[in-house]
Design a protein. Structure first.
Length: 195
């Protein structure tokens, strides 16, 4: 894990359906800004997550609007850029962003629940080789995530938490697990409560 050349904005990428956006998304975004010393966090609201059914998915514009209402922070930018790029899969979105913003120092932000199942994502090993990754704890998932396929496969690329502030400047693969206050909120639970 060598350092990338200095310069360029340090941007955290938080992808997902945001169905709906909730304070847990904002919680990890603010932690990422601080712990990873990021300049911005971009919420990538997916037009349609290929791993989730369309049934029960709120309209894209509605999810974008709610996310923008919630984010309400000068360094958190809500975007529907995947729709503009025409990408469906994270691996393709990341390649397109790296091409469009070559000076950007991107860090993919994910919860431990996603680290558990990232090995099912299209091109998942390419994701680890494309951007640095920061993983946040989620109740009941953290131990499984750290013993899972992705964590084991990229064990040699895991950095110490004390190095997290330098993650954005490291050459992928590089990832960190951040032991921070957990948010138990989930979009599924919110939908179930209001459904």
């Amino acid at each position: 894990m060598t350092a990338l050349p200095a310069g360029g904005p340090r941007i955290g990428l938080l992808g997902g359906s945001f169905n709906p956006a909730h304070s847990g998304h904002l919680h990890i975004s603010l932690l990422a800004l601080k712990r990873l010393r990021l300049d911005q966090v971009w919420w990538l609201v997916s037009p349609q997550n290929p791993m989730k059914p369309e049934a029960g998915m709120a309209p894209f514009e509605q999810r974008l609007r709610r996310a923008r209402d919630l984010a309400c922070h000068p360094r958190v930018r809500v975007t529907g850029i995947e729709a503009a790029l025409g990408t469906r899969y994270t691996v393709d979105t990341l390649r397109a962003l790296r091409s469009r913003y070559p000076r950007g120092r991107f860090v993919w932000l994910m919860g431990a629940d996603n680290l558990v199942q990232v090995a099912r994502w299209r091109g998942w090993t390419s994701i680890f080789h494309t951007v640095a990754i920061a993983v946040f704890p989620r109740p009941t998932y953290s131990f499984r995530a750290l013993a899972g396929k992705a964590a084991v496969r990229f064990a040699g690329a895991r950095i110490r938490e004390s190095q997290a502030a330098h993650l954005a400047t490291m050459t992928p693969p590089a990832w960190v697990f951040l032991h921070v206050a957990e948010s138990a909120l989930s979009a599924t639970a919110i939908r179930d409560r209001h459904g």
